[in-house]
Design a protein around this ligand. Sequence first.
Ligand code: GLN
Length: 283
Amino acid sequence: MSSAPAISIASLLDEAVRKLAASSDSPRLDAEVLLAHALGQPRSFLRAWPEKAPSAKYAQAFADLVARRAAGAPVAYLTGEREFFSLPLAVNPSVLIPRPETELLVELALERIALDADLQILDAGTGSGAIALAIARERPRCRVVASDVSFAALTIAKWNAGRLGLGDVAFVAGDWLAPFPARSFNLIVSNPPYVPDADPHLEQGDVRAEPRMALAAGTDGLDAIRIIARQAARCLRPGGSLILEHGHDQGEAVADILQRSGFRKLQAARDLGGQARAACGQM
Ligand code: GLN
């Protein structure tokens, strides 16, 4: 049996870009990330060796990844990894893919924690562990707890903690803040689901492959935020803060929920694109 002629990296990429053009907003980037992943090399390798022809085994692995991407699988689920706050995080379809805009929550949290502080901090609904692990990395003296209702998510989050050498982070299974006693934390951070159930955005692009429970929260998208605000008012120590991500058009509604739950010194924060993104309040 004669094998097919080997194809160069440059040609493999061009062919993949054509296959991904209809389904992806970033076909060239996707193709490069997937080929680098299939080859077990950094992307710079592709630029350095465009004429090299990977063996059939690698070409087939790449073709399979491109086919799955064309069918709608997010690149991060195909490579099993996404970077957040400079941390490489393992991800799979049981967790939301960490978003760059969520780094704002980490920055807002770090602004409130002195470098040498030893505070009790909770990341509620941690998913891959992104927020908890970024804070734990930056504030090693703090006691960071990460909760999630999904055991599959906690498994990934724990794996990430171990891999990053952040073994002091504690993981707790439970519904938002239900497992925790009153006045347990100085700071509570959460990127909860906040998309309205009927939002057409849920039927487009990569979010279709993500866990719905991490994205959608009721008719107005605010069901989880209402629960968290109420529970946080109980679980925070006096003077403690809650920091929540929300949708760009939910700023006023979230401020209202926080106020009704007893929070004061409300603050709104925008992401780099100028969108209202996060709300902070103090007990
Ligand atoms: N911002 C995300 C999206 O647009 C939603 C993330 C979330 O619900 N926490 O898909």
